[in-house]
Write a protein that binds this ligand. Structure first.
Ligand SMILES: NC(=O)c1ccc[n+]([C@@H]2O[C@H](COP(=O)([O-])OP(=O)(O)OC[C@H]3O[C@@H](n4cnc5c(N)ncnc54)[C@H](OP(=O)(O)O)[C@@H]3O)[C@@H](O)[C@H]2O)c1
Length: 238
């Protein structure tokens, strides 16, 4: 298998370390090179605009495509924006940035791969999502973690994008599949500002999540395409 990992945050870096340890072929595309790993396996992806994806996929012109693409890019806050607690805090620009970071990269990957795939291509596109973006979970009345409008709405959009892409690929590229995965809470920069609100026992080490995610992807069959799964492979509510 060969892997393309998007995002050099907590989980993306842990996946690269795990793949290196397993002796797999991998490339990490992100804003920062992962420390302690072969720099030749790193591609600087500073933005998530169409040009950045075009530049990344020139690497695959005339070369074999990866068999597994894992998109770990995710955005919950930045220096100027914290997750909203009330509707009055929703800022349309931040909502747009959240959609661009959380929902768009999967479709950018889908488009870049579709341009290079043939009807007999076999690959998995896996994007990390969040149960916080599940409408079913919200309807079940489970207590949320604050409104977090921009994050949760953009993860809901990501999930819909995965369903649509899986249905499109089933017709165009029947050997290729699309899933979204909720990894559970992890001790990564994404949770850094909220750590004192969380039970430390619930925060998983991303180094432990990475092998579970890779093992899960190794068990997928075509009937899983279009599903939203947890790390055990259990389907989650949309
Ligand atoms: N951690 C959790 O508890 C948790 C729970 C449920 C779901 N998830 C999901 O799991 C995935 C991995 O999260 P993580 O915990 O590894 O988070 P993380 O450490 O914050 O990593 C997120 C990555 O996304 C990149 N990114 C964000 N916005 C970007 C943009 N506009 N352009 C390019 N790159 C951008 C970040 O780059 P920089 O580092 O350069 O900013 C970072 O590499 C995310 O989709 C997250 O939503 C995480």
């Amino acid at each position: 298998m060969s892997y393309l990992i998007l995002g050099s945050g907590g989980l993306g870096t842990a996946l690269a370390h795990e793949l290196a340890q397993r002796g797999e072929e991998w490339l990490l595309a992100g804003r920062q090179a992962p420390k302690g790993l072969d720099p030749a396996c790193y591609f600087p992806l500073q933005e998530v605009d169409a040009l950045a994806f075009e530049a990344l996929f020139t690497l695959y012109d005339g070369a074999s495509l990866p068999t597994v693409v894992i998109n770990t890019i995710g955005l919950l806050y930045d220096l100027n924006h914290m997750p909203e607690r009330r509707v009055e805090e929703v800022d349309p620009e931040w909502l747009g940035e959240s959609l661009e970071a959380n929902a768009w990269p999967q479709l950018a990957l889908g488009a870049s791969l579709s341009r290079l795939m043939t009807p007999d291509s076999r690959l998995w596109l896996c994007t990390l999502s969040d149960l916080a973006g599940s409408l079913g979970q919200a309807e079940s009345g489970q207590p949320g973690i604050g409104s977090r409008y921009s994050y949760r709405m953009s993860k809901a959009a990501l999930n819909m994008g995965a369903r649509l892409l899986a249905a499109e690929w089933a017709e165009r590229f029947p050997g290729a599949g699309v899933i979204t995965v909720h990894p559970g809470l992890m001790d990564t920069p994404l949770q850094q500002p909220f750590k004192n609100e969380l039970d430390p026992a619930q925060l998983q080490d991303p180094a432990r999540v990475a092998p579970r995610l890779l093992d899960l992807i190794g068990t997928l069959t075509q009937s899983d395409s279009g599903r939203f799964l947890d790390l055990q492979g259990k389907p989650l509510p949309w």
